[in-house]
Design a protein around this ligand. Sequence first.
Ligand SMILES: [Zn+2]
Length: 181
Amino acid sequence: MRRMFRRQIRKGAGHIPPILQEANFAFDKGEFGRAGELFEQIAQTVDARGGPRAPLFHLQAGRARIYAGQTALGIPSIKRGLALLVERKQFQRLIQARRRALTELRERGLNEEAAGIDAWLKSISPESSEFETQIPPSKKPVLPTHCPQCGAALKPDEVEWLDEITAECGYCGSPVREGEA
Ligand SMILES: [Zn+2]
């Protein structure tokens, strides 16, 4: 599996790891337990080598577990993803990931879990007041709903903008433009 992920680093190439496509596919089909399992595997591999996408994969693994109703399995992944963003001082990402995670937990009636994560996050963040008041970046062009390469559901907070019209899929690194699908 390690070798597979090394190849994935090349940008825009057709070397998308099958496990990533499988994970995205399972998530889209609503097989959240299976998707959670796959994203956990991906997250661990990427995390072990300090990959820039590790937070995203942990958060997605946690989300899948929460959607599957496996709260106890999901919370550690969400925390690991958020903790990595704190560690790497990616505060813009952190604001968005925090907001989304808390919203998704509360939508499922997991208010205690949401409050727990929020309190824990404040305790590990150096300047929590600062990251809470930062303003999200201005609106960007509308992206296709899914990455044409790896099939990930694209969210504006999970892509890296390369220029005004081109974003990079946070999951596989392929460039994505408005209108492509
Ligand atoms: Zn992709």
